[in-house]
Design a binder for this molecule. Sequence first.
Ligand SMILES: NC(=O)c1ccc[n+]([C@@H]2O[C@H](COP(=O)([O-])OP(=O)(O)OC[C@H]3O[C@@H](n4cnc5c(N)ncnc54)[C@H](OP(=O)(O)O)[C@@H]3O)[C@@H](O)[C@H]2O)c1
Length: 274
Amino acid sequence: MQFVEAHGARIPQIGLGTMTLKEDVCVQAVKTALQVGYRHLDTAEFYGNEVENGAGLRASGVKREDVFICTKVRQGDLMPDNFARVIDQSLVKLQLPYVDLLLIHWNNKDIPLKTSVGALCKAKKDGKTKHVGVANFTTAMLEEAWGVTSEPLVCNQIEVHPFINQDKVLAACKKRGMAVVAYVPIARGKAPGAEALERIGKAHGKSAAQVSLRYLVQLGCVPIPRTATPAHLKENLDVFDFKLSDAEMADLKKLNATNMRVVNPPHAPVWDTP
Ligand SMILES: NC(=O)c1ccc[n+]([C@@H]2O[C@H](COP(=O)([O-])OP(=O)(O)OC[C@H]3O[C@@H](n4cnc5c(N)ncnc54)[C@H](OP(=O)(O)O)[C@@H]3O)[C@@H](O)[C@H]2O)c1
């Protein structure tokens, strides 16, 4: 496993996304993932599967200290009292005294960042999380957040895959020394079948999904692909033994022009894509 380091956090560079995984499917996916070598789990209060993430962790036999666990507080719970209550409930569901990373899941435009980031930082000071960060933050939100935070924001978790151009947000994160955690890293299953990804994959004996993940790894991102399929769990981890050439990276970069945004709920910000 490779790691991305940011403000003292050491983040395993492939994580398991768990959105939509529920009940025993989630428990088994988490358990199997950890047993085949994953060391990073991505859950959220909103996903309704923190109980299953905790159960999968315990069933895996892997030591808790060896696993990097991220959860998130959603946009309706960012006022300090709610925030504190929700993270306490998340820890009860996970059956853990702390998580490794706690994120603001989405900004809430009706709550000042000073308030929401303040509540986030308090969770760290109270020992509920080792590190704090944000998700779905634009460059402007990042600048504002850094202006009010008392703790380093170790990451911004955003949509990144070959079919979207996130150069501006990536550059803003780099400037602040933040890791970029890439969600929907295989474009929610749309990477397989894409001509350039398939062609490049063939040249390396890899799948299109692996090429998409490798592209993100070489950009310095932390992809968190989701799957409950055992073969895909292994496949998605197996992206550290080949390297895309500069020409291949440039070929994949051309796909950015597709401008395919997979995640776009009503509360989503307008990405400052170039
Ligand atoms: N912070 C946020 O706002 C936010 C938003 C969205 C997502 N996320 C996080 O990011 C994670 C990943 O995003 P996502 O789950 O939406 O999308 P994704 O990981 O890009 O795609 C998941 C889909 O790809 C398929 N897949 C996985 N590996 C494959 C492989 N090797 N070959 C072929 N198909 C494969 C899966 O099907 P199979 O099960 O059949 O493999 C599933 O249908 C989420 O689970 C969540 O943890 C965060």
